[in-house]
Design a binder for this molecule. Structure first.
Ligand code: ZN
Ligand code: ZN
Ligand code: ZN
Length: 149
């Protein structure tokens, strides 16, 4: 999760003019507690009073991804979304498949698994992605209890 001001600063530091639409977009992004799609932002921008054009949205998302403020997430049903993240050290995300809320997780022990994979496969491993999907505590308590099975 990342604040609107941090996003605005990131645009400025990367040499982009901080226009009113970019500010508005930063607030829209910061308002998401978890994953969102480009389509979500296009809809929200259309509903807001400040005009933020599609081209601005697409370009800004690209810029923020390059700057490390957004991470692309492959969604289980196909397609992709983003989560806003302060660019820190490498980490992974836990995502709620109902409300989209995301949390950062440290995967302790993963590096030894990767070393093991490298040894067994003979690959030199350069990168990996790990996204974990499930129901967040709020959605779990709202969900009707599963019966059977
Ligand atoms: Zn994150
Ligand atoms: Zn990792
Ligand atoms: Zn949830």
């Amino acid at each position: 999760m990342v604040g609107a001001e941090a996003i605005v600063d990131a645009f400025a530091e990367a040499g982009y003019r901080v226009t009113e639409p970019r500010r508005a977009l930063a607030s829209l992004i910061a308002a998401h507690r978890g994953r969102f799609t480009t389509g979500d932002l296009v809809r929200e921008a259309a509903a807001s009073r400040v005009g933020v054009g599609r081209a601005t949205i697409f370009r800004s998302l690209e810029v923020l991804e390059e700057l490390g403020f957004l991470e692309q997430i492959a969604l289980p049903g196909g397609g992709h979304g983003f989560v806003a993240c302060a660019p820190t050290t490498h980490h992974h995300h836990l995502l709620c498949s109902r409300c989209g809320r995301s949390a950062d997780i440290a995967a302790t022990g993963l590096s030894s698994i990767l070393r093991d994979i490298a040894t067994r496969s003979g690959y030199r491993i350069d990168s990996h992605r790990l996204e974990v999907f499930g129901l967040c505590p709020d959605c779990r308590s709202a969900a009707p209890r599963k019966t059977g099975n």
